[in-house]
Design a protein around this ligand. Structure first.
Ligand SMILES: N[C@@H](CCC(=O)NCCCC(=O)O)C(=O)O
Length: 253
């Protein structure tokens, strides 16, 4: 029995001659197995979805990763050959969903592209092709057809003492996977850094004034749920927050 309903904004994909509103199974199954919740994929309607109609009916929001990038115009920069590929319908849905979810104190877990959308939604900016920046590691997905290798744990991050993430996974160093070319550049005003990689890349943030659970991570805990303590703890904490909301919905916001 699921203990809450969690909205997941869809990506737009083109295959088999159709346009699809889709979300990868690893996020769906991490929500089910790791958080004990029922995921609900929200279509990325180009004319816009009624965000409050969705949020009136869910107990949490999970923002998945994606190979596409947030369009740079959404954080005041010009598009270059280094910013794509794009998914404008996902951008439109996800940024609006993130802002309203935080306002209403609904639990939010944002992963990879999700932490980048969280930062942009609250006024921050992104850096692209970060592996080309001075002193940065290569955070990109390894070139391999094997998905376990692609999502393998690859580097350590340092979790800030006293942070929301530290309350979930403990202080100090933890090991994570890495599949991204972009990262937070200017941190949005309402975000607090929760963890950083050894090259200074921001790996986790929380929303300082959020009434509820509001965590973003740059790596992919969803992939190793059931096989990795850190991943399990993150999704269990998100599930606890969703369950609490399901049992005791906040007064009308
Ligand atoms: N596109 C952004 C975010 C990266 C992300 O969400 N990766 C998940 C998909 C991994 C894959 O299957 O390629 C960036 O590159 O920073």
């Amino acid at each position: 029995m699921h203990s809450g309903l969690v909205a997941i904004p869809a990506d737009i994909r083109e295959f088999e001659g159709y346009t699809w509103h889709a979300s990868p199974d690893q996020y769906i199954m991490a929500a089910v197995r790791g958080s004990g919740v029922l995921p609900l994929i929200v279509p990325a309607l180009s004319e816009g979805a009624d965000i409050d109609m969705v949020l009136d009916r869910v107990d949490g929001v999970l923002i998945s990763g994606s190979r596409t990038n947030v369009h740079p115009s959404l954080y005041g920069e010009d598009e270059t050959e280094h910013h794509g590929p794009f998914d404008p319908a996902r951008d439109q849905l996800s940024l609006a969903l993130i802002r309203r979810t935080i306002e209403r104190g609904i639990p939010l877990l944002a992963i990879c592209r999700g932490i980048q959308e969280l930062n942009v939604a609250l006024g921050g900016s992104l850096a692209t092709e970060i592996q080309d920046l001075p002193g940065r590691m290569d955070h990109r997905k390894p070139e391999t057809p094997d998905r376990d290798e692609a999502f393998a744990i690859r580097h350590t991050i340092k979790v800030r003492e006293g942070s929301c993430l530290a309350a979930i996974v403990g202080n100090g160093e933890v090991s994570v996977n890495s599949l991204h070319r972009q990262a937070i550049s200017t941190l949005a005003p309402r975000l607090a850094v929760e963890a950083v990689a050894e090259d200074g890349t921001i790996e986790a943030v929380s929303v300082t004034d959020a009434p509820g659970f509001a965590l973003g991570v740059q790596w992919h805990p969803e992939y190793w749920v059931g096989n990795d303590v850190i991943s399990d703890r993150i999704f269990a904490a998100f599930g606890d927050a969703v369950r609490a909301r399901h049992i005791q919905p906040a007064a009308a916001e």
